[in-house]
Design a protein around this ligand. Structure first.
Ligand code: PEP
Length: 242
């Protein structure tokens, strides 16, 4: 099963207009479509989409590492689940930039499980690490710190490989690089968890770049930021995954 995930970040999206222009008929039943609006729009989008676009699944862009209690300004995974979310992005590079450390991210993945949310764990190297040949080291570090300690995990989890320099830059990575990294991730996951996990790529995916990126072995879908704000463009990206 392939995944197509939209990360709307903190953009203002007219939910009715977006849904009106998003043609689910263009998208194969073999693709799970997950939309991650901002927290405040989740419930509204869930209600609206379940009337006209039942196939859409909802994700949050983050969650608290705690489930309940005196944590001012935090949002519980349980609350997100109660308003229609079934996924949550965890460890996006834009959240890591604002102070999320590895231990917090590990706790968030665990909390997502506890709250019956499927975590979409984002990992990836920055430009400097890439230039110095440090991609494998960074990927291994993040998986070892953010996921593998949860050894007995039998629940669903998605890994999103998002090289930081590709996010929002308009330039997706080359297929050769993606192929190499996909092999590294799949092997590490198999060795540590004894099974395969869904792996999606994120970073300047458009309907144009998706045609090429979808040819890479081991890529089970895309996490799309900017291009997902345009429902027609987003639906066109799905076509590459068929
Ligand atoms: C993202 O932020 O997760 C992302 C993939 O963004 P973009 O598609 O805009 O590069």
């Amino acid at each position: 099963m392939k995944h197509l995930v939209a990360n709307w970040k903190m953009n203002f999206v007219n939910l009715d207009a977006w849904l009106q222009d998003f043609d689910l008929n263009k998208i194969s039943d073999e693709i799970k479509v997950v939309i991650c609006p901002n927290y405040l729009d989740i419930e509204d989008f869930y209600k609206k989409s379940s009337k006209t676009h039942k196939k859409i699944l909802i994700g949050a862009q983050n969650l608290s590492s705690e489930t309940e209690g005196a944590f001012t300004g935090q949002i519980s995974g349980k609350m997100l689940r109660n308003i229609g979310a079934s996924y949550s992005i965890v460890g996006h590079s834009e959240s890591r930039l604002h102070g999320e450390d590895d231990e917090t991210i590990l706790n968030k993945v665990q909390t997502a499980f506890n709250c019956d949310l499927i975590p979409i764990l984002c990992i990836g190297e920055n430009q400097d690490e890439y230039s110095k040949g440090g991609t494998e080291k960074k990927i291994k570090h993040q998986l070892t710190e953010n996921l593998f300690p949860l050894k007995n995990l039998s629940k669903s989890v998605l890994i999103a490989y998002e090289p930081i320099y590709a996010i929002g830059s308009g330039i997706a990575v080359q297929n050769e690089h993606l192929e190499e990294v996909s092999l590294i991730i799949k092997e590490l996951v198999r060795d540590n968890l004894g099974r395969d996990l869904t792996l999606v790529y994120g970073g300047s995916v458009t309907s144009e770049s998706a045609k090429n990126l979808a040819k890479v072995d081991g890529i089970d879908g895309f996490l799309v930021g900017n291009a997902s704000l345009d429902p027609k463009e987003f639906a066109n990206i799905a076509q590459s995954l068929e």
